[in-house]
Each structure stands twice: as C-alpha cells, then as structure tokens.
Design a protein around this ligand. Structure first.
Ligand SMILES: N[C@@H](CCC(=O)N[C@@H](CS)C(=O)NCC(=O)O)C(=O)O
Length: 219
C-alpha cells in the first residue's frame, strides 16, 4: 500500500493527503521530518523535504509529481480535467499558488510562525513581490466556486493548504492580509473546501498533531 511520509503540520504533506482522501486511494502515513536527514530519507527525498511517498515501484518526492502520479495511477474520481487545455489551466494555477505566492510568503514564516526574524529590507522586497504575484493570481483564479472553476481539482488541494498560510503570514508580519487586500476573498473559499469530509480529516489530524507537539513541549 502507498505510504505518505511527512508530518501533518506541513501544507505540502496535506496537499497530497487531501488528494489521496478525495480520490479514496488507500494509504498509510509515516512520520518523517526534514530534520531527520537520515540516508534513508535522503534516498527518498534528496533535499530532505516532505512529503514523499513510498510505493511498490519506489520512492517519489515533490508534491506535484506525487499528485500527478496518483492521478494517473488512480484515475477515478479525477482531480484533473480530461481536456488537455483545461488540465494545463489547473497546472498553471497550481504554479501560481505554490511558486509565486506560497514560496515567496514562505520567507516570512520564520518571523510569522517560529519566533525568528526577517530583515526590514527582506520584508519590503517580499511584500512588493507578493503584491505583484497576488494580482497575477487574481487574474487566473476563478473561485466559481472552486479555484479553477466549477469542479474540485488538484488546484484546490494546493490552494486550500497554502492560501490561508500565506495570508496569515502576511497579516502577522505586515499587519495586513495581502491576499484579502489584493481582492482574493480566500476565507469563504477555505470554508467551502474545509467543510468537505476529506478536508475535515486533514484538519483533525493536523490539530491532533499540533496538540501532541504542544503537550510534549509543556512536559
Ligand atoms: N516543492 C516541495 C516543497 C515541500 C516543502 O517545502 N516542504 C517543507 C515542509 S512544508 C519542508 O520539507 N521543508 C524543509 C526544508 O525545506 O528543508 C513540494 O511541493 O513537495
């Protein structure tokens, strides 16, 4: 059976987990943390990043490569349109969400979530880039009601785990939610996806993991 490796606080782990649950693919979970740079982990994920999966064929890392593999290996129900053009549009959105928004906002996470610092110059540079990239994303995103249109796709797996995180990071660092300020009304969308049974399971597992981490810090 497919094994999903990583940890439930990771947005990229949860992107893959949501896709697996939505598709009803059987899987088990194995805890792996980027800090555990064992040879076995680096064999599976050469940069030590999570998630990665173990399959009967071998290991696979990078969340988009994983959800694309899952899509081909378990085609039903589809999370990608059969039409090549429409599928391209879904991938375009995923790239905007992950490369142009999440990866840029990620530079704020040390300050926003982990008690670290981001220099003023860096914060200003990141803000300029995010404002530009969010405006670009807004031109592509449909929210009708799903991010790529009227059906749930892989792009929702990416958007639901990453847009709230990016919005929260900007709110904490700049005192302003740059997604909302840019006209991306992500909160009702996050609720729409969050109400789906698969997303509820992802959220419950994330909260349980968070509570466990808090309890072990207090002990
Ligand atoms: N492009 C990767 C990004 C994965 C990623 O950045 N994962 C984070 C956890 S959310 C991680 O492993 N960070 C540790 C590191 O970068 O060393 C993917 O889509 O899987």
């Amino acid at each position: 059976m497919l094994v999903l490796c990583g940890f439930p606080l990771s947005n990229y782990y949860n992107k893959v987990k949501l896709a697996l649950l939505e598709k009803g693919v059987p899987f088990t979970e194995e805890h792996a943390h980027p800090r555990d740079r064992t040879e076995a982990t680096l064999q599976a994920s050469p940069l030590g990043k999570v998630p990665f999966i173990r399959t009967e064929h071998g290991n696979l890392c990078e969340s988009q490569a994983i959800v694309d593999y899952i899509e081909q290996a378990y085609p039903s129900p589809p999370l990608l349109p059969a039409d090549a053009w429409q599928a391209g549009k879904v991938h375009e959105l995923i790239t905007f969400i992950e490369l142009h928004i999440e990866l840029v906002a990620r530079e704020l996470y040390p300050k926003a979530f982990f008690g670290g610092e981001v220099s003023e110059a860096n914060a200003a540079r990141i803000r300029t880039l995010l404002v530009k990239n969010i405006a670009g994303f807004k031109r592509l995103a449909k929210f009708a009601p799903f991010v790529a249109g009227n059906t749930f796709t892989q792009a929702d797996c990416a958007a639901w785990v990453s847009l709230p995180l990016a919005a929260m990071a900007t709110k904490i660092v700049y005192g302003e939610d740059l997604l909302a300020a840019g006209g991306v009304d992500w909160k009702p969308y996050a609720k729409l996806i969050g109400d789906r049974p698969a997303a509820q399971r992802v959220t419950a597992d994330r909260k349980a993991d968070q509570d466990k981490a808090m309890a072990s810090m207090k002990a």
